[in-house]
Design a protein around this ligand. Sequence first.
Ligand SMILES: NC(=O)c1ccc[n+]([C@@H]2O[C@H](COP(=O)([O-])OP(=O)(O)OC[C@H]3O[C@@H](n4cnc5c(N)ncnc54)[C@H](OP(=O)(O)O)[C@@H]3O)[C@@H](O)[C@H]2O)c1
Length: 338
Amino acid sequence: MSEHAIPTTTLGADGPEVGVQGLGCMGMSFAYGPADADASRSALERALERGVTLFDTADAYGAGDNERFLAPFLAAHRDEVLIATKFALSIPPDDPTRRIVRNDPPYIRQAVEASLRRLDVDVIDLYYMHRRDVNVPIEESVGVMAELVREGKVKQLGLSEVTAGELRAAHAVHPIAAVQSEWSLFSRDIEAAVVPAARELGVTLVPYSPLGRGFLTGSFTDAAKDLTQDDFRRTMPRFTGDNAAANAALLEPVRTVAEQHGATPAQVALAWVHQQASVHGLPVVPIPGTRSPSRVDENTAATRITLTEADLNLLDPIADKVTGTRYADMSFTSAGRE
Ligand SMILES: NC(=O)c1ccc[n+]([C@@H]2O[C@H](COP(=O)([O-])OP(=O)(O)OC[C@H]3O[C@@H](n4cnc5c(N)ncnc54)[C@H](OP(=O)(O)O)[C@@H]3O)[C@@H](O)[C@H]2O)c1
């Protein structure tokens, strides 16, 4: 591990220790336009050198492609890394473009076996329910997930985009180590109920899209104009048309704070998420996604930035001014059910 290794924190009330920043691997196979496999492999290795230990994927990322892509990296470093994957977004055989949310026990059992096979591992370190199927009681789904722990197929359990009530009900069945939800300068809805519940229960918060899917870095301003046809961000209300123009203007304070710290806007966006650990009093492990080793260096270096109260006063008001929801269909999120 390099001299610039990031600090560590705990994943769930009983550990294990984990690098305080993880790596989101989704874009290496899915959603954000063409990826260079060699660069992605270098990004994985660089992240490990920098002390990143939590690597995030899901069975739905490229219909299993992302898990398969990670298998050789895991084989080479099995004892050094924690692999997190997810189930719940099933792909109907007659239409590979659709996703159906499934939390029923037979589906979970089938999904875990498929993930273990694709990742080519004996055990999944952190297994998340990716989305809630409200037709299945959460106690029933988490009951099956707990059986997977007892059977040695999974080490820890996580939930993604759950409400505070769903988290409490699940935690009563089996300890939940992590909640993964969107949390960034642009997306702060979980602070109302989910974050306080996680703190109370000893659950680690794993913010996804901490860079606002790249928008907070200034690397694109209008998804419809700047991104490729197949890029998922073209479907997101915040990133196109009038919303995109209005939201791009909100990045001015991010640039101002970045200049003051000799940092990049991406680093300020990440430093803000990291700082929420002390603001809210719970472990926070954001998982920025990148396919570039130099961006891994840039993003992990953000763990060394401490924002001042004046910085926070400039940055905190941004979220309330964002126009457009974070998904086209908000029932897909905890905020849509909270
Ligand atoms: N649970 C869920 O429902 C859910 C939903 C979405 C995502 N996730 C997970 O969370 C991870 C992260 O979220 P995300 O990928 O959606 O969004 P993100 O981390 O906010 O942003 C990723 C985007 O930012 C770019 N980027 C990264 N570092 C940069 C830098 N320093 N400067 C400029 N651009 C930079 C990346 O491009 P390059 O790759 O080209 O660097 C990519 O386009 C995903 O990989 C996935 O594992 C989970």
